[in-house]
Design a protein around this ligand. Structure first.
Ligand code: SAH
Length: 279
């Protein structure tokens, strides 16, 4: 299987590194890459422009829980060097970055410390000064653990913690083999607060669903997993939508962001999900 028509070659070394690797050895595969310094496959060098613009637009779906005096709590799983973690803290969130690689956490801690001390311009969008006011930065913490290992969320739970107000996924779901997608969706439903939202920068959407990853093509996968409650493994493109909404989530926002990374080739979509109210 190859992506012959793609104008840019897929990172074949990344794909071969994970080829035939069992699910239980996925985390060690990432740890090896970090330890070898092979991060150029995914490192975009700056936080997500689409996330910055959305946060700075002061979205309604995030403001409904601001009646609480404490800061909103965010999580970035598979946060890599922590670009989005630092950026969210600079926008007033208390943020956890989660990484299976110790090396990544060490690098991210240094990065976040430097950014909080002296923020780079790339953390802010055009709406920053006019809309953000003087909100001070939140706290940053990194967790060196496996997202799928239940328990870390209980370890960090403080009194009254009912889950995250915001979870941001960019290049985490697409890093996982397709048979882990259902667990990704289940874990997301477990760690979100009942009023919290899962924001996803859907990528890569230009890539054939059957082409090997990582990154694995995700066109239609978020909807299949979160809204339809299916396993996220879409075989036939023509039958992508089952029409049944048995998932735990409802999509409250879906748009093509004005700014995103070039690697998305203009196809990235931004989707925001919240848990359906349980009866
Ligand atoms: N979001 C980051 C990194 C994307 S690459 C960025 O945009 O730069 C995917 C990241 O997920 C890698 O850093 C990898 O170490 C991490 N990862 C993969 N599986 C994981 C798991 N099970 N738990 C936590 N982190 C994981």
């Amino acid at each position: 299987m190859s992506e012959n028509s793609a104008p840019v070659q897929p990172p074949t070394r990344l794909i071969s590194h994970f080829a035939n690797r069992e699910r239980s050895n996925q985390p060690s595969g990432w740890v090896e890459l970090w330890d070898a310094g092979d991060t150029e496959y995914w490192d975009r060098g700056k936080p997500s422009p689409a996330l910055i613009d959305w946060i700075e637009s002061r979205p309604e779906v995030l403001s409904h829980s601001t009646t609480s005096p404490s800061r909103l709590r965010a999580l970035v799983p598979g946060c890599g060097k922590g670009y989005d973690v630092a950026m969210l803290a600079l926008h007033g969130f208390d943020v956890y970055g989660l990484e299976v690689s110790k090396k990544a956490v060490e690098i991210a801690e240094q990065y976040a410390k430097a950014e909080l001390r002296e923020p780079s311009a790339h953390n802010f969008g055009s709406a920053h000064e006019s809309r953000q006011g003087n909100s001070s930065a939140g706290e940053v913490k990194f967790l060196n653990t496996d997202f799928f290992k239940e328990g870390w969320e209980r370890d960090i739970a403080t009194e009254g913690f009912k889950g995250f107000d915001l979870v941001y996924d960019y290049t985490f779901l697409c890093a996982l083999p397709p048979d882990m997608r259902k667990d990704w969706a289940r874990r997301m439903s477990e760690i979100l607060s009942p009023t919290g939202v899962l924001a996803c920068l859907e990528f890569p959407l230009y890539k054939d669903l059957k082409a090997p990853g990582p990154p694995w093509g995700l066109r239609g996968v978020h909807w299949n997993l979160l809204a339809e409650g299916a396993d996220g493994i879409i075989g036939d493109e023509s039958q992508r939508e089952t029409g049944e909404l048995n998932g735990k989530f409802e999509r409250v926002l879906y748009f093509n962001p004005e700014r995103s990374y070039e690697s998305g080739r203009g196809t990235d979509m931004f989707s925001v999900w919240r848990l359906k109210a349980t009866k």
